[in-house]
Design a protein around this ligand. Structure first.
Ligand SMILES: Cc1cc2nc3c(=O)[nH]c(=O)nc-3n(C[C@H](O)[C@H](O)[C@H](O)COP(=O)(O)O)c2cc1C
Length: 299
């Protein structure tokens, strides 16, 4: 197959790189030329994080502050497909991904090109995805499909495990008995099947129906109670981000935000989950279906 594919992404831990490698494997096997490019910021964030540094990026993530990218080279000026990796940071596109989406060279390449977005997250990707849909639309890209991999453990469990991962720098078991953090190895490996499904569309250069296929096989499968929590949290994060960015004493306000977040995650989120199970899920199934359909509609 004589097709040119660009797979471009940022990854701090290597997880999104593994996901993209698996997605692209069947394309390479079928003979497509896949150019993989990992982007970097000019001044990278150290990994592992410390707690204050982790929270300090929240305002810039939420407000979409554009950081400078380390220069990178692309071999072609256009591609038959762009596989675009992103990750949410504080319910917004990560700072490196946002930098890419404001890079003049990349915007030229992505214009009019078919784009499949892929993410690997803790479990809250919906707000970031809504913002990315707008960025892609503004860039004139043809957003043809999306894949979202997440940590399938309970929300309250993955909060502990992701912090352990981010602050220790190892995808290992917190306290020796918590589950492993992040997207499971099985789900990462299964991404090959999603790449396989994209092949006939790439071959024909006709992307009609790919997103419906991805939805059918649950390559993307939003959970309503998490969408609901994100909707509320997104509004609060924006308020906090605006307040903090205007303060002289940012350190104090970032610590206040950290405690707000812990209360929101450990008290508000479980309450929302209970309300969702008792009220929304049984009685608002049509509303939920419509909300999901609107989220998953591309272009
Ligand atoms: C600063 C920061 C904020 C994050 N915020 C979110 C979030 O809002 N929702 C989520 O599901 N995951 C969040 N994550 C997890 C990332 O989306 C991602 O899954 C993780 O960083 C590992 O992937 P990567 O190294 O390949 O990017 C966050 C990670 C970082 C470092």
């Amino acid at each position: 197959m004589n097709k040119k594919v660009l797979a471009i992404y940022f990854s701090q831990t290597g997880q999104l790189g593994q996901i993209i490698d698996n997605f692209c494997a069947p394309l390479i096997e079928a003979g497509a030329t896949v150019e993989k490019v990992q982007i970097h910021l000019k001044n990278e964030f150290d990994f592992p994080w410390t707690t204050p540094r982790f929270f300090s990026v929240m305002p810039d993530c939420v407000l979409g502050t554009v950081y400078q990218l380390e220069p990178y080279q692309l071999k072609q000026s256009s591609y038959d497909l762009i596989v675009l990796g992103y990750q949410p940071w504080f319910l917004s596109p990560s700072i490196p991904f946002n930098a890419l989406m404001h890079d003049a060279n990349f915007l030229q390449v992505i214009k009019n090109s078919p784009v499949i977005t892929i993410t690997g997250v803790r479990n809250m990707w919906v707000n970031a995805f809504e913002k990315i849909k707008i960025l892609l639309k503004d860039a004139g890209a043809n957003h043809v499909g999306t894949v979202a991999l997440y940590d399938r453990h309970l929300n309250l469990v993955s909060i502990f495990t992701i912090f352990h991962w981010m602050l220790k720098g190892e995808k290992s078991r917190y306290l020796g008995f918590f589950p492993l953090p992040g997207v499971s190895d099985a789900d990462i490996c299964n991404t090959k099947n999603f790449g396989e499904l994209a092949l006939p569309y790439l071959e024909k250069n006709n992307w009609d129906g790919l997103q419906e296929t991805f939805i059918r096989v649950k390559a993307v499968d939003p959970k309503y109670h998490l969408m609901f929590i994100e909707g509320k949290a997104g509004i609060m994060f924006k308020i906090w981000a605006n307040v903090i960015s205007n303060k002289q004493n940012k350190t104090f306000w970032l610590v206040a935000f950290k405690y707000y977040l812990l209360i929101a995650l450990f008290i508000a989120a479980p309450l929302v989950w209970i309300i969702n199970m008792l009220i929304f899920k049984p009685f608002l199934s049509k509303h939920i279906k419509n909300k999901k359909a609107a989220l998953l509609k591309l272009n």
